[in-house]
Design a protein around this ligand. Structure first.
Ligand code: ADP
Ligand code: ASP
Ligand code: MG
Length: 415
């Protein structure tokens, strides 16, 4: 038996609170929900605030210090959380706003990409028990070294992760806490509905599939939010912030889901760069040296390809996020002579396209169909990588729209 009222974490994204009018709509929805539930709201910065802050910083200093960037970027969510709380007061709804630190969100000390270590929910619970709505500034936390603590941010799109992490921290079998992500589309679609108008909204998607989709560029959910939901078994609803609609539930695999269509969705990502080390000596330890240096620099590497080239040397190519590519090049330049690469080439006009679906796991033929469909449109594949439930190709960025559309059609996702 549940002892307390239902707890719900509602997250509203930046476009949903971009204007005072939209914020008033959100406040109305929150106030209504607060009549029969304990509500925690996680809020993003208004509209393009985070992009604008980054642009200003780069004008002041082209290579801004990451610690100062965290302090600057976290301010966007602090503004929107205070404003939404004021809008709630205006409706007679008792509410209080918290920064990430005030909400007890403790992170590791890695500026701009910090992971949450733990959440001390004491103050949150106290406020909820007073009958207040708690509005938490998304995308941020604090390191745990007392007066030496620093504000951190969780990576772009990280407010989703704040929401799921709080829901996970408050969720117990006796007192469940549900998580609702409200955004500017009606749920998770078979591909980005802004690229393919025939994209279909999914009623449900498994954590595993959503994690692959999000990691491969479907920015409707932050991938770490999905991972947390999966690990802590928090069901996540994704729905529209300004319309009543059933949305999409992200949850454990439902075996019937597999029978419908093995390819569940298409994800694409244009924030990708390819780096090639040309003519590296073919001996043990080279790849290890290269990728350790990148890991130490906190750079995630994705698609990796190694080919034999002339004179017994190898070419190593891999992809990184475009934002990380300049830093990756600096790291590689510093070890280039050491590992004996003849040249290093950075290509920024590349993109990734992926097909995702748990039903592909034990069935052959999907890779062949994907490559044939791309070939038919004369789209050249630069590199390929797979997981059990995903096939990803690196292609030229200017062909990404065609690639999404042809694969959406090939795998009958518009049916
Ligand atoms: P928010 O500001 O609410 O966090 P985001 O812009 O981060 O919203 O994510 C929502 C956007 O994700 C949508 O507007 C849509 O263009 C994009 N998107 C990409 N892939 C998908 C998908 N498969 N389903 C739904 N939306 C998607
Ligand atoms: N405002 C941050 C961003 O734009 C976090 C978020 O919206 O989730 O990345
Ligand atoms: Mg988002």
């Amino acid at each position: 038996m549940r002892s307390d009222p239902l707890k719900v974490v509602q997250k509203y994204g930046g476009s949903s609170v971009a204007t005072p009018e939209k914020m008033a709509v959100v406040a109305g929805r929150v106030a209504k929900r607060a009549k029969d539930a304990q509500v925690i709201v996680v809020i993003s910065a208004m509209g393009d605030t985070t992009d604008d802050l980054i642009a200003i910083a780069k004008k002041v200093n082209p290579r801004p210090d990451p610690r100062e960037m965290d302090k600057l970027m976290a301010s966007g969510e602090q503004i929107s959380s205070a404003l939404l709380t004021m809008a709630l007061h205006n409706l007679g709804c008792d509410a209080v706003s918290f920064t990430g630190a005030q909400a007890g969100i403790i992170t590791e000390n890695i500026a701009t990409k910090a992971r949450i270590k733990k959440i001390d929910t004491k103050r949150l619970r106290q406020e909820l028990n007073k009958g207040r709505v708690v509005v938490v500034a998304g995308f941020q936390g604090i390191t745990d070294n007392n007066i030496w603590a620093d504000i951190t941010t969780l990576g772009r799109g990280g407010s989703d992760t704040t929401a799921v992490a709080i829901a996970a921290a408050l969720n117990t079998p006796e007192d469940p806490c549900v998580c609702e992500i409200f955004t500017d589309v009606e749920g998770v679609y078979t591909c980005d509905p802004r690229i393919e108008p025939n994209a279909k909204k999914l009623d449900t998607i498994s954590y595993e599939e959503m994690l692959e989709m999000a990691t491969q560029g479907a920015k409707v959910m932050h991938n770490r939010a999905v991972e947390l939901g999966w690990v802590y078994n928090v069901e996540i609803l994704v729905a529209h912030s300004q319309k009543e609609c059933p949305g999409t539930v992200i949850k454990k695999e439902d075996k019937n889901m597999e029978l419908r269509n093995p390819v569940k969705g298409i994800a694409h990502d244009t924030d990708v760069a390819k780096i090639t080390l040309v003519a590296v000596p073919d001996r043990p330890g080279i790849a290890s040296r290269l990728f350790k240096a990148l890991t130490d620099g906190k750079i995630s590497v994705d698609v990796i390809v190694q080919n034999m080239s002339a004179r017994g040397k190898t070419d190593i190519s891999f992809s990184v996020a475009e934002d990380d590519s300049d830093k990756a090049m600096e790291i590689i330049e510093s070890i280039k002579a050491d590992i004996g690469a003849e040249d290093v080439i950075l290509t920024k006009d590349v993109a990734k396209i992926s097909i995702v679906g748990s039903g592909m796991e034990s069935q052959p033929g999907y890779a062949a169909s994907m490559f044939a469909a791309l070939a038919e449109k004369d789209i050249n594949i630069l590199a390929i990588t797979t997981s059990e439930i995903r096939i990803t190709c690196l292609i030229k960025e200017d062909r990404i729209m065609d690639a999404v559309r042809v694969l959406h059609k090939t795998f009958e996702l518009d049916a």
